[in-house]
Design a protein around this ligand. Structure first.
Ligand SMILES: [Zn+2]
Length: 323
């Protein structure tokens, strides 16, 4: 297409887009994504493997090619004599049927339920469940986005759930379980902090209690100094804003909703409502021990990451293994 023609077409498209509702624009967005050509997964992963160029067992950089298995290149380490391929010791390692992963990652991108994803990929529910959490592990708990500019923050609660955990039937037994799983504050509630800036960076740490110190630990390090912090009336944020030299806009319940037309917490509250509707509605509730996986998933799909990025982030976890 010639440049002049392209410009006139582009103007028509832009005009049409402006006249659409957000829902109609989303349909257009999905059509564009469907046009994007896909790179086969091995082509996607091989450059990452080549860049690291080390044995996943002993981290030696000295290894040789060692034949192929199922069309996939194998290698043998000169130092430890073990063999491996480009997925060994990554979350993708023991997942077979790699041609279906891409389809599955696409289902995750669309935030489909297990049953829907299993049907589309023609795999059983157990496999669908295993894959979901393998793919999500890589992102879970990674709340390292730095927020800046206008930052909105709020907390919310979800009911504690042991969904799917058949071994735990007695409530007394359940309470004895400690560690990360048992992040409860009020009776039967899990507190989550959600914060978004206007460039759509997001963090969503699970708090072990809805207290100032928990909020401070999980939030202070993730905001840039001299930002504008929009929160509700909670005192925790007054201290944090002061500490980080942020201009603080407190939207105190029901009295003020928007200040100077731009300062509000409606984006973060919208995201919280979406997350709750998704986990409690479509997903029919999720187990608390998997909550950080779902938050990561939500964060990724809100940022409109695509299936290739889901697969790449799952692969990239190799770098953090054993450290
Ligand atoms: Zn080795």
């Amino acid at each position: 297409m010639k440049a002049k023609l392209f410009v006139s077409k582009l103007n028509q498209i832009t005009k049409a887009l402006i006249s659409m509702t957000p829902a109609q624009r989303e349909v257009v967005h999905q059509s564009i994504q469907a046009l994007d050509t896909d790179i086969p997964i091995d082509e996607l992963i091989q450059p990452l493997f080549d860049a690291k160029s080390q044995c996943p067992h002993c981290y030696s950089s000295k290894f040789n090619k060692w034949g192929k298995a199922g069309g996939i290149q194998r290698y043998r380490c000169i130092n430890c004599s073990k063999t491996f391929n480009n997925k060994t010791k990554t979350p993708l390692a023991r997942l077979h049927k790699s041609h279906i992963w891409e389809e599955y990652a696409h289902c995750m991108e669309l935030r489909l339920t297990l049953r829907q994803a299993a049907k589309i990929c023609e795999i059983n529910l157990k496999t669908a469940f295993l894959w979901r959490h393998r793919f999500l592990q890589a992102q879970a708990g990674k709340n390292d986005d730095k927020l800046s500019g206008i930052i909105e923050v709020d907390e919310f609660f979800l009911a504690y759930s042991e969904k799917g955990d058949k071994k735990l039937t007695l409530p007394q037994q359940a309470r004895k379980r400690g560690g990360d799983i048992d992040k409860r504050t009020k009776e039967g509630q899990v507190a989550i902090l959600l914060s978004i800036d206007r460039s759509k960076h997001m963090i969503a740490p699970i708090l072990s209690a809805d207290t100032f110190s928990e909020i401070a630990i999980n939030f202070t390090e993730n905001i840039e100094e001299n930002s504008v912090l929009c929160s509700d009336g909670s005192w925790a944020y007054v201290k944090i804003a002061k500490q980080k030299h942020c201009d603080h806009k407190r939207l105190i319940n029901n009295k003020i909703r928007v200040m100077d037309n731009i300062y509000h917490i409606q984006t973060v509250n919208g995201a919280i409502a979406n997350f709750k509707a998704w986990v409690n509605g479509r997903m029919k509730g999720v187990a608390t021990k998997y909550l950080s996986n779902y938050l990561a998933w939500f964060k990724e799909s809100s940022a409109k990451l695509d299936k290739q990025q889901i697969l790449l982030s799952a692969y990239g976890r190799q770098q953090y293994d054993g450290t």
